[in-house]
Design a protein around this ligand. Sequence first.
Ligand code: UFG
Length: 340
Amino acid sequence: MAILVTGGGGYIGSVLVEVLRERGIAVVVVDNLSRGHRRAVAEDVPFYVGDVGDGPFLRGVFREHSIDGVFHFAASSLVGESMHDAGAYFRNNVGGLLRLLEVMLEAGIGRFVLSSTAATYGEPTEVPIPETAPTEPTNPYGESKLTCERMLHWMGVVHGLRWAALRYFNAAGASDRCGEDHTPETHLVPLAIAAAAGRRGPLPVFGLDYPTPDGSCVRDYVHVEDLAEAHLLALERMSEHSAEIYNLGNGEGFSVLEVLDAVHRATGRPVPWEAAPRRSGDPARLVASSHKARRELGWTPRRDRLDVIVESAWRWALAHPHGYAPPRGDVLPHGHATRS
Ligand code: UFG
C-alpha cells in the first residue's frame, strides 16, 4: 500500500514526502510542476507529472499503485495572487479537488487529508483563533479552501469519505533537504533572507497602519517539519475517527518587523526594508489556537521558536543559493565556467 501526495514537489508536500519515507511508508507523487520541483523529491519516488483535475491521468496512477490514502497539496495558495485572479483559485482548488475526489472514490480510496489554511477565517473576531470561530474569508484563496472543506463534509456524509482539513497558519523554515523555492517568491521569510543576503533590494513591508503593536501584520509562523508530522497523526487518527478540521500553528504571533529582526539575528545582517502600501486581502492578525490538534492528534510542535524556524530557512538558503535549480557557473577542473 502507498500514500499519494499531490503537489509533492512543492514546499510543504516535499517535506511530507521526506517524513513519510523516513517512517518507511511508500509514497507516490503527482505534481504538474507548475510551482513544484522534481528535484525536491528523491529520485526513487514514483513521480507523475500531471493535473489532479485530469481524470484519465489520475485513473492511470491509481491503476499502477495500490493507494490507500491521499494528502492533497496541489493547489493555488497565494493570498495576493487570488485578489487578482479569483477564477483561477476556484478552478484549481475547488474544481481540482472535485475531480480528484470523484476518481478517488471510484477507486475505493477512502482517506483524505486536505491542505487548508488560516485564510478561511478572514479577520478574526477572537485571537488565538479556535476552529469554531466564524469563517469569513477576506480573499478568494481562503474562500476556495473553505468551499473545499464543505465539499469534503458532504463527501463524508454521502459517500463515507474519511477526511481531515489542516488549516495551516504561516508555514516557514526548512528541513535539511527541502526548503522554500517559489517563482515568483512572495513569502516573507525567504524574501527577508534574500534581502539580508543582498540578493534583492529592500523588502517592502506591506502596511504599517494595522491595529497591531508596531502597525505591521501579525502572523503565526509554524515550522514546515512540524506541519508534516501533523499530517501523519491526522492520517493515523482517521483509521478510527472521521472528519475533523484542525488548526496548525504555534499560538504566538509575530509582526512583519519582528520577523525581520529574527532574520537579522539568524543571518547576522540587517534586513533592508521600506514601507509599502497594504497588500489587498491581508488580515491584520492571524494566530492559531492549536489546542484541538494537540489534544486529539497528540501534535506537539518541536521547532516552535521563531529563531529556530528562521535559522533553518537561512541554513537551507545558504546550502541552496539557487533553490532547486541546477548549480550555475560551476567551475570545471580546468578552471572554465559552465552553465547548465
Ligand atoms: N509581507 C510583507 N512584504 C513582503 C511579503 C510579505 O510585508 O514582501 C507580509 C504580508 O503582508 C503578511 C506577512 O508578511 O502580512 C506574511 O506574508 P506571506 O506572504 O509570507 O504569507 P501570508 O500570510 O500572506 O499567507 C501565508 C500562506 C497562505 C496561508 C496564510 C495563513 O501563503 O497560503 O499564510 O496565515 F493561507
